[in-house]
Structure formats: C-alpha cells, structure tokens
Design a protein around this ligand. Structure first.
Ligand code: G6P
Length: 520
C-alpha cells in the first residue's frame, strides 16, 4: 500500500508543475533572503517600490510618560516586513497609534524598523469619521464577512461605502506623490484598497501595480449580493497582477468578473481585460521566514519558565490556540471540541490545558464584542463543569502577545489548534511548525484554510464536526513521538521550501515580467 498522504502529495506535485507560482524558481534553487535581494538588485534597480497596506508594521503608543512601539497581530505584516527590509522602499499605511504623530515628521514619514532603519513608513491620518466608515464599516463589516464563509451577515451601508471610496482616493494620492518622477512598482495589499489600483493606473499608466488579496474570494453568487460589486471589480481590474493564496480563489474571482462586469476573461491565460487593460490573476501562497524563526531556538529552561508562569506542572499537556479574536477563526468551535474531548476522554482531566492566546481585534464592531462574550461564556461553562482543586481546563489570555511569548507557547505546547471556519492562508500554522526544531508537537488544522492545501501532514479537521474534532485532540495528544517526528519533519521541509522569500520572489518576478513587457 502506498504511504499515507501519497496521493495528495503526488497531486500536489502535479499542481506544482501546472502552475508557475508553484515552481521553486527558474534555476530550481530554493528561495532565500539572499536570492530575493539579488532579484531585487537585478530587476528592480532604479524602481521605486511602494507597499500600500492599511495596517502599519510598527505602531507607536503613548503609555504615561513613555512611548512604546508594537508589531500588530497580522499575518500580512509578518509576511511583508522582511520584504520591505530587503527592498528599502516606502510602506504607506494608516497611522493608528496614539503616539504615531509625534514619532513621524510633518509628512507622516519615519524610518523603520525602530533602532535599525531600512525602509520608510508613511503614515496617513484618518478622521474618526473616515476610520469608522472605511475601516470598521465597509472593510470590516461588509467585505470581511462577505469574503469569508463564516455565516456572519455583511452590513452594506452607503455612508460606509462613501468613506471607503474617499479613503482609497486619499491613499492613492499619497502613492502618486511617493512614485512621482520615476518608474515604480506599487504593491497593494488586501481588501481595504479595492479601488486604489484603478485610481493610480488612471494617473500613472506606466506604474506597475500588483494587488494581493489576503483573504478568500468567494463564489460569484456569494459576492454579487454586494451593492457595489461592479465598482470593486472595476477598481481591482486597474491592477496588472492580482494575487490570491490559492487557485480556487483565482477561479472564483475570474468567474465573478465574467458574470458581473463587461470584460474579456481568458481562462487559458488566467486574465481579464477591461477597457483595453489586462489584469493577470495568479496564486501565490504566502508564508513565513522559516530560517529567521527557527534559529531563535528556546532553551528547555525557558519552556519550564513558561509553564511555571501559568502555574502548570511540567507534565501538563497544553493544546494552544494563537489568534486574533475573530469570528472567522472558529474559537467557539474549538472550545466546543475541548468540552467534548474532556467528556469523552476523562483520563486527560487534571493533566491538560487548553490555552488561547488571543489578540483583541476590531472590538468597536458589535459582532466582535459578541464573539468575545460567547468565548468567555463557553470557557466559564467548561471550567465550572470540570474544575478540580487548582486545575482549570481552559485559560484565555487576551493581550497583544509579543513574538517571544508566542514562540515560548508554540514550543511548550503538545498541540497547536488552528480551527478557522474559513481563512485565506493562516500563518499561525506555519509559525508553529517553524518553532518546532525539536520536531515534536502536532498541528491540528482546519480543512478550510489555505494552509491545509500545503500542510497535509497536519491532522486535518472540520471545525464544525465537534466529535471528530474532539477525537483529533486525543489522537494528537497520544501520538507516538516517532510519528510526531515524521510528520513534523515533512511539515518543516514544506514550509522551509515554500517560504516567504519564495512568495515575494515569485510575485516580484511576475510583476517585473509585466514591467519589462510593458516597457517594450
Ligand atoms: C487579516 C487581514 C489583514 C489585517 C489582519 C489584522 O490578516 O487580511 O489585512 O491586517 O487581518 O486585522 P486588522 O484589522 O487588525 O488590521
């Protein structure tokens, strides 16, 4: 009999062959920071590189007399910061920190990373009204639930839409200012800026614009309920290149364009042409800097310290969740599975902890506040039912945890649980694997993440199927160390090869190819 996962691996190899963004690179070599740097030096010399993303990579906050900076909990920031350090361009973002103004110059610019500057952050100031309509409103109450199949109903409000359009235009002005007077590549990020590519292209047709949509693109029938579907598609079709994490989202996008706007869609080339301008649509699965992470190995004493800080004995097994507190992440489903697990496998009582490290997120939005209440209610219910002496089975740590704490958590955990109801990629799954250079630990991963397509050696679960999910927890906790090692080794090889430099390298190679063909 062929080994487990053989069929899916063979299939993946075939997919890698068919789709260029799945290949290692023209010379077959693996992607590294050095290779990305030489690509940038060779192909982008003399070009201005501008990233546009709503979230800034460094936020300055005032705490009493002190100013402290943080890195926000965002997969997008995790992925793009190393790229920006390499290209040394400009990152245009919303300045959202309470001390952001006093740490930037009069144009909102400052060198970053703090203390070791290698690129420029340009902060855009938004009024309360703009932030409410554009960010909390249209981006996060309309587009976010529209694109994720998590059964949270989108809210389409005309005033939010007006602010969204206005903010897109303001960011487009800043980009145009930054790229003035020279050849440029603009790397637009995510659902906050669907209109921006068209706005920039109209005034700078020579600028090469790539847009990466970090969240899923739903089926066309789901997308067409948006009253401004046509405007959004038209905005995105101002890009030269449009990227998604997986092929399915590329297919969904082209189907939506084909059905909703006047254009010529060519499935053979994966492109759409509207008003004479062609947009190429390709999958680029995002990832992490595996080497950068795994060299930060933690000592055994740090792990004991981590468990001690939680008041846990050394032999207590931890199942860990690390997420923004978002309804797409399936945290209530995870807690229901933990409850079922404790009911079905009583032998784990008193020697198991489910630990949720959760970064508070978008709490101005009602659906997020309700989610937090639901999570607290479920945790309290489980703890009340199973608590015994000092032992409580569930702990929710709500904070913006720094990378050190998160990595200590990854290393101390027996199991990492990623149970998204729908997720473009999910970098927590990849970070966990990168942190485990001891080749131990088991990843439980939702079938409905982009990551599940690449990480077949995880225990794949349907987060809605509570019984099977509970059984997966037991399977993970009782898995023999040799089996853990075999799986972890393969997962690590996968993430090491399909790293963030490959994502950026392939995306930039394709963008440069377009730049060169346009210049001819
Ligand atoms: C997702 C989105 C990002 C966003 C991140 C954090 O990963 O794709 O664009 O930055 O969530 O959310 P926030 O609203 O805090 O930026």
């Amino acid at each position: 009999m062929p080994p487990r996962g053989w069929l899916s691996r063979t299939f993946r190899q075939a997919i890698d062959k068919w789709f260029p963004s799945g290949r290692p690179g023209p010379d077959g070599a693996e992607w590294s920071r050095d290779r990305l740097v030489s690509l940038i030096k060779d192909r982008l010399a003399g070009m201005r590189v501008v990233v546009v993303a709503n979230r800034e990579p460094y936020i300055h906050n005032r705490e009493g007399d002190h100013i402290r900076w943080i890195r926000p909990a965002s997969g997008l920031v995790t992925a793009l910061d190393p790229i920006m350090r390499t290209t040394g361009g400009v990152w245009v973002a919303h300045g959202s920190g309470s001390a952001d103004r006093e740490t930037s110059d009069e144009r909102g610019r400052l060198p970053v990373p703090p203390g070791k500057p290698s690129y420029t952050l340009r902060r855009i100031w938004l009024s309360k009204e703009e932030e409410t309509g554009y960010y909390y409103g249209f981006a996060n109450r309309a587009l976010w639930p529209l694109c994720h199949i998590a059964y949270t109903r989108p809210v389409f409000d005309a005033a939010d839409w007006t602010e969204y359009a206005r903010v897109n235009a303001r960011f487009a002005d800043a980009v145009l200012e930054e790229i003035e007077g020279g050849p440029a590549i603009v790397l637009v990020q995510d659902y906050h800026f669907a209109l921006l590519p068209r706005l920039v292209k109209a005034r700078r047709p020579d600028a090469i614009i790539s847009h990466f949509w970090h969240i899923p693109w739903p089926h066309r029938e789901a997308f067409r309920i948006c009253p401004w579907a046509e405007e959004i598609l038209d905005g995105l079709l101002g890009s030269d290149l449009l990227g998604f994490h997986v092929q399915l989202h590329c297919n969904n996008f082209l189907d939506t364009v084909d059905r909703l706007v006047e254009s010529r869609v060519e499935y053979e080339h994966f492109s759409a042409t509207r008003a004479g301008h062609q947009t190429n649509v390709r999958p680029f699965p995002i990832s992490i800097d595996m080497e950068g992470i795994s060299t930060n190995g933690l000592a055994r004493s740090d792990l004991t310290a981590f468990k001690n800080s939680l008041g846990l004995p050394d032999d207590c097994a931890i199942a860990l969740g690390v997420d923004r507190m978002d309804y797409t992440k399936g945290i209530p489903e995870r807690l229901r599975a933990v409850a079922r697990f404790l009911e079905r496998y009583p032998e784990w009582r008193k020697r198991f902890l489910f630990l949720q490290m959760g970064a508070p997120s978008r709490t101005e939005i009602r659906e997020y506040r309700e989610l937090n209440e639901e999570i607290d209610g479920l945790a309290a219910h489980i703890n009340a039912k199973y608590r015994s002496g000092d032992w409580t089975p569930v702990r929710i740590l709500r904070a913006h945890h720094g990378a050190e704490d998160v990595f200590a958590g990854y290393r101390a955990a027996s199991v990492c649980v990623v149970s998204s109801l729908h997720d473009g990629m999910n970098l927590v799954a990849k970070e966990f694997v990168a942190a485990r250079d001891d080749r131990q630990g088991v990843l439980i991963l939702s079938l409905f993440t982009g990551a599940a397509r690449e990480m077949q050696d995880a225990l794949l679960v349907n987060p809605y199927a509570t019984d099977a999910f509970a059984d997966a927890l037991n399977t993970a906790l009782t898995m023999a160390p040799e089996e853990q090692q075999r799986r972890m080794q393969r997962l690590r090889a996968q993430v090491a090869e399909h790293n963030i430099f490959r994502w950026a390298g392939l995306l930039l190679t394709e963008t440069c190819r377009l730049a060169e063909s346009t210049a001819q």
